[in-house]
Design a protein around this ligand. Structure first.
Ligand code: SAM
Length: 245
């Protein structure tokens, strides 16, 4: 069933209005017929199942048939603190981690980051990345659109992530899969989970030490070195496998 996102302010009783680029999609791509059904998520955990009622002046109207809690969200809030990768890898990371249920992605300027996101270019890049998150959320039927934050320094990211109930620091020099399994098995519904992934060059030992002093435990993801764009997906896949209802 076709899926859109709707601003909560555009739902009133059994009336719902879709605005923006989706209106053209509804009218000219889908050529939706009156009465045709679709669902729209308000990003606050509600999915509105609707019957299309027509479109004009940049608005598509629909009648709400029933509302259901979004069933596609993981019962945990995962924030991926991603060491800024080179090229367009961040687009792949955002798309795949959105499909896998991430709630927020924070680009982090680590010591070994080759890519730099300067103040001038950052807003446009974040906007593009946020659009990618929205498109992936729509495609995968997410109830919410993951947030792509402005880039942070490693220290600022650690300080922000410190309050998470689960703090995972996958580190290429860590050992002991048993301990990794133990940490993942302790994850419970409602947990806020912070995951740090290094850039292509990995983490400096000093970064791993600082993370450890801030309550992050370095964990191994196995004997193979995963690419920076793979590691976050691996973590989200394990969490999803364990926690999906
Ligand atoms: N330059 C590092 C090296 O060659 O050893 C590789 C860094 S890896 C490309 C990027 C990030 O993915 C790492 O900093 C870590 O966060 C994560 N990662 C990749 N493989 C991992 C593994 N086997 N165990 C734990 N973390 C891993």
């Amino acid at each position: 069933m076709t899926h859109f996102f709707v601003d909560p302010a555009d739902v009133a009783g059994d009336e719902l209005v879709i605005r923006g680029g989706d209106v053209n999609h509804i009218k000219n791509v889908l050529r939706m017929k009156s009465g045709e059904e679709f669902f729209a998520s308000d990003g606050q955990g509600n999915d509105y199942y609707c019957a299309y009622g027509g479109a004009d002046d940049g608005e598509a109207r629909a009648r709400v048939l029933y509302v259901r809690p979004s069933e596609s969200e993981l019962p945990v809030n995962v924030t991926l603190y991603q060491g800024l990768p080179k090229g367009d890898k961040m687009e792949l990371i955002i798309q795949k981690c959105t499909e896998l249920g991430v709630k927020r992605i924070v680009p982090v300027n680590c010591a070994r980051c080759v890519a730099k996101l300067d103040e001038k270019k950052a807003p446009a890049r974040i906007k593009r990345w946020q659009d990618i998150a929205q498109a992936a959320a729509k495609q995968s039927g997410r109830g919410v659109i993951p947030i792509v934050s402005m880039p942070m320094s490693f220290k600022a990211a650690l300080a922000q992530a410190k309050s998470a109930s689960v703090r995972l620091f996958p580190y290429e020099c860590a050992h002991g899969m048993e301990r990794t399994r133990e940490l993942f098995s302790k994850i419970r519904s409602g947990d806020d989970i912070a995951v740090f992934i290094g850039p292509e060059g990995g983490f400096e030992a000093s970064e791993a030490d600082t993370a450890s002093q801030n309550g992050f435990e370095a964990v191994t993801l196995g004997k193979r070195i995963l690419r920076t764009e793979t590691a976050g997906m691996y973590v989200l896949s394990v969490i999803g496998f364990n926690m999906e209802a």
